[in-house]
Write a protein that binds this ligand. Structure first.
Ligand code: DC
Length: 223
């Protein structure tokens, strides 16, 4: 039997990453931040001067990417690029390259490779719909755009990066529209996903809810 998966999807800065990581820690599960793979392809394409429209080269880049994840750090060919990945320019490019079907196809097997015992928590846009359609629990995590822009602003400030809330809010909105409008694997809740608006909840409350939902499924024997 395959290891159980908890899929947490949602728009940019909805808190998926932090929540997914904590749920994984609590359960002793592995963790996949799928957005980091798209960001890695985006960063490598910017560095290698590959155009955002050049699907063939982008897909080759995605297929051959020497990416590793070590203790929350992300490496390309052994070089730590974690900080460069949090850049808004990188996030915007990631949303553009993620529209390309060949790029998504090239990353599919790599993402499924993270599924190992005792289980996996995966966050992204299409974890519940495309990558792990048989996930034991699917959560679609949202938050109002103003709340998400504020959270991203705090995150960047904490890292000493200068940011502007109005610009962040506009960029988030633009990325969400592009992610939701694309033809392949758009940002959308799976029909069997539980929707959770985190706007007025703390991280701890969101984590506790998801753990309770998961416990409920395991107790009912559906995992
Ligand atoms: O989760 P994130 O903000 O790091 O993701 C960056 C971009 O990558 C996002 O705008 C869309 C794309 N992405 C995707 O298309 N599918 C995923 N499963 C994860 C991210």
């Amino acid at each position: 039997m395959s290891a159980p998966v908890i899929a947490i999807d949602g728009p940019s800065a909805s808190g998926k990453g932090t929540v997914a990581q904590r749920v994984a820690e609590r359960l002793g599960f592995h963790y996949l931040e799928s957005g980091a793979l798209y960001r890695l392809v985006a960063l490598a394409s910017l560095r290698e001067g590959i155009a955002a429209e050049d699907e063939t080269h982008l897909a080759a880049l995605a297929a051959g990417l020497d990416a590793t994840f070590v203790d929350g750090r992300k490496l390309i060919s052994g070089q730590d690029v974690t900080d460069a990945l949090t850049d808004e320019a990188c996030a915007n490019r990631a949303s553009v390259v993620a529209q390309r079907p060949a790029v998504r196809a090239a990353l599919l097997a790599r993402q499924r490779g993270f599924r190992k015992a005792p289980g996996l928590v995966a966050d992204g846009r299409d974890m519940g719909t495309i990558v792990f359609p048989d996930a034991a629990l699917k959560v679609f995590l949202t938050a109002r755009v103003a709340v998400r822009a504020q959270r991203r602003y705090n995150q960047l400030k904490q890292k000493g990066i200068d940011a502007n809330i109005a610009t962040l809010s506009r960029d988030l909105d633009e990325r969400d529209r592009r992610d939701a409008a694309r033809a392949v694997a758009p940002l959308a809740p799976a029909p069997d996903a539980l929707q959770l608006d985190s706007s007025d909840l703390s991280i701890g409350e969101v984590v506790a809810l998801i753990l309770a939902w998961y416990r409920d499924r395991t107790q009912r024997g559906s995992v």
